[in-house]
Design a protein around this ligand. Structure first.
Ligand SMILES: Nc1nc2c(ncn2[C@@H]2O[C@H](COP(=O)(O)OP(=O)(O)OP(=O)(O)O)[C@@H](O)[C@H]2O)c(=O)[nH]1
Ligand SMILES: [Mg+2]
Length: 640
């Protein structure tokens, strides 16, 4: 911070609080926000409000997970002791692939609610978000620093949620959170935080694990008492950090800002300080604040406030809006580097253009560029091909969600296998390592450890809760974990639970095992026949059903043996007069294995890719021509 001489100018906005709710996936963040909205009188009585109302994107509702961090605000009514307080709550995603959203959200707030499931306890993403929060200073931290206190982390409240679960073990889970904090080596004052026990579904909170609550009042009071009001330098000029972008059909791009110092006013001229310090004078055309789930027009937003600004079409996340007479940039938002890359190109299969209307390289590039604007954790770079780009992100799910969204918009794409992004550190090649937590029935723990070991994973911890289930933690390279989930579920007969999160970069770990099976590859164009599929069924598991169009180079099944095999699935039975025969064959045919897009991306090998269209997801070889492919395979073998 620049101000060293103005310790007397620090003020606080006691009428505001800004918090982020962070947790591992599914621990109940969005459900808790629902309850907070309901109990603060945000909705009209008997207003019909959807469950998990903050999960407003189609894909969020379908998958039941939060993908983008979003904020809302509620009012804590005045009491005898204090005036009304506006609490802005940022709901964040728990899935590790969307960690960039958490990093972004933390730049908007002055404290966190760390939510932990009362039965599951801390999991990899709990660790990730806690580590982030513990390494971040609140925007007003300079104030406490000016008062002689070194604030090195965001203040927090621990919420133990799902206290109603029959297998809840709140006391143990609290201990596990303390262990986690010690393990993260946090400063001593970070260990001192209040604990609230909640049932988010019922909307109750209590300060004691064994006393059921009646409403969320204890949580609201704890937030007001623990999370510091935003502080600001009363003598500093306007400084607002752009923490997110949105689009309005009428107003164009909206910059979501956290005001750090000064006041931003509708109609005023501000200095827009972009990356690299490029400063432009722009007008605040419209200014909005958030009330519940609505955006409402306002005339001004003061320090500590969160607002949306219209009028700056090219604004980006991390930019600062400042005083034109005295523009001062705020520190940029730090986002971890992407760990995974895949190529996305136009659809080059013989069946291209059958269902999508967005098929050219130009529309594809435009779409990817647009995605970059709001998605801080993604990067796009050119490849040697003019019609394909390398897209980098944090994980398979994040990349798969992008592809799924584009597919729904009418795109046809060719998507390559996700590959880890190595990093050169001190001249040595490094790769991402993840912390993997598995919960499995005791009898499967040996098999799982062996599977992880084959992928160069090492067990770092193991706990037996005495319930017949084991929790084991491993360190394993991301490279080895691509495609692991499917194998893990098979090994545990679908009972196991697997969680992963990025840990650190480590020196390249050498070769890792990938899928053991080969591919069954169609050798010609045409519809698959039940006759051919029936005859080939002993070769392995089929992915296509009779009548489905296939082409040369398309993967139609998984070979039980290690190598690829070209097969003809279009072969017709020699015609005779007994018509009933085909009917019988249809009945006997095992149904094809259908994989979701994400599974497909995990399943393919380096020389394979996925064809994605609005109507179909097909697996294929990168090189479709079988003669060419055989030649390449021979050469690869020869080269060792
Ligand atoms: N029994 C019980 N279930 C709960 C409670 N809170 C949430 N759930 C359930 O837990 C599931 C996940 O809830 P969400 O609110 O979507 O969890 P989340 O933390 O927002 O998940 P992500 O955003 O994907 O990380 C839902 O089925 C909720 O109904 C609770 O207190 N008790
Ligand atoms: Mg959520």
């Amino acid at each position: 911070m620049t101000s060293t001489d103005t310790s007397t100018a620090w003020r606080t906005r006691d009428d505001l609080r800004n918090i982020a709710i962070v947790a591992h996936v599914d621990h109940g963040k969005t459900t808790l926000v629902d309850a907070m909205l309901h109990q603060s009188g945000t909705f009209r009585e008997n207003q019909d409000v959807a469950n998990r109302v903050m999960d407003s994107m189609d894909l969020e509702r379908e998958k039941g997970i939060t993908i983008l961090a979003k904020h809302t605000s509620v009012r804590a009514p005045a009491t005898d002791e204090r005036d009304e307080v506006l609490i802005t709550i940022v709901d964040t995603p728990g899935h590790a692939d969307f960690g960039g959203e958490v990093e972004r959200a933390l730049t908007m707030v002055d404290g966190i609610v760390l939510l932990v499931d009362a039965a599951e306890g801390p999991l990899p993403q709990t660790r990730f978000v806690l580590r982030k929060a513990m390494s971040m200073r609140a925007p007003g931290a300079a104030a406490t620093q000016a008062a002689g206190v070194e604030a090195t982390h965001l203040p927090m409240i621990l919420v133990i949620n799902k206290i109603d679960r029959p297998d809840a073990r709140p006391a143990e889970v609290v201990d596990e959170v303390f262990e986690l904090l010690f393990d993260l080596d946090v400063p001593e004052d970070a260990i001192d935080f209040p604990i609230v026990y909640t049932n988010a579904k019922a909307g109750t909170a209590s300060l004691a694990a064994d006393e059921p609550g009646t409403d969320l009042a204890p949580l609201f009071e704890t937030i007001l008492g623990t999370i510091p009001a935003p502080s600001y330098d009363a003598e500093a000029p306007l400084q607002a950090l752009v923490t997110n972008l949105d689009a309005s059909p009428y107003l164009g791009r909206l910059a979501l800002c956290r005001v750090h110092n000064g006041t931003i006013r509708k109609g005023q001229q501000v200095a827009w300080i972009a990356e690299g310090g490029v400063t432009t004078r722009v007008k605040v055309v419209e200014l909005f604040a958030t009330e519940g789930l609505e955006r409402v027009g306002v005339d001004s937003v003061g320090p500590g406030g969160i607002c949306a600004v219209a009028g700056i079409d090219e604004v980006m996340i991390g930019d600062t809006l400042g005083d034109p007479e005295d523009p001062r940039a705020l520190p940029a938002i730090r986002i971890d580097e992407p760990t995974l890359a895949m190529t996305i190109g136009i659809n080059t299969s013989p069946l291209s253009g059958r269902s999508g209307d967005k098929v050219t390289a130009r529309v594809l590039k435009d779409r990817l560029d647009r995605e970059l604007v709001g998605n801080v954790a993604l990067r796009v770079s050119p490849t040697e091909r003019p019609d394909a780009w390398e897209v980098k992100g944090r994980g398979e799910l994040q990349l798969a969600i992008l592809v799924e969204q584009m597919r729904r918009e009418g795109f046809e794409l060719t998507v390559g296998k996700p590959q880890v992004i190595p990093q050169e550190i001190d001249g040595v090649r490094h790769e991402p390592l993840e912390r993997v937590t598995v919960d499995v029935p005791e009898e499967h723990s040996g098999t799982v450890t062996q599977l992880v070991a084959e992928r160069r994973g090492i067990m770092v911890a193991m706990t037996n809760h005495g319930t017949g289930w084991i929790r084991a933690e491993y360190h394993a390279p991301t490279r080895g974990l691509i495609g692991f989930r499917t194998e893990f579920l098979t090994a545990t007969r679908g009972t196991g639970v697997l969680n992963r999160s990025f840990e650190e970069y480590v020196p390249w770990m050498g070769e890792v095992r990938t899928r053991a099976s080969g591919s069954l590859v169609a050798d010609r164009l045409g519809p698959a026949t039940s006759f051919a599929l029936q005859n080939l069924s002993d070769r392995g598991v089929m992915f296509v059903k009779p009548g489905e169009e296939v082409y040369e180079g398309m993967i139609v099944g998984e070979n039980a043996r290690g190598e690829d095999m070209d097969i003809n699935v279009t072969k017709e039975k020699k015609l005779n007069n007994i018509r009933s025969a085909t009917g019988e064959e249809l009945v006997r045919l095992t149904p094809p294995k259908v994989m979701a897009l994400e599974q497909c991306l995990e399943w393919i090998r380096g020389d394979e890719c996925v064809e994605v269209t609005p109507d179909a997801v097909r697996l294929r070889k990168v090189e479709l021509d079988q003669v060419q492919r055989a030649r390449e395979a021979k050469r690869a073998k020869h080269d060792g």
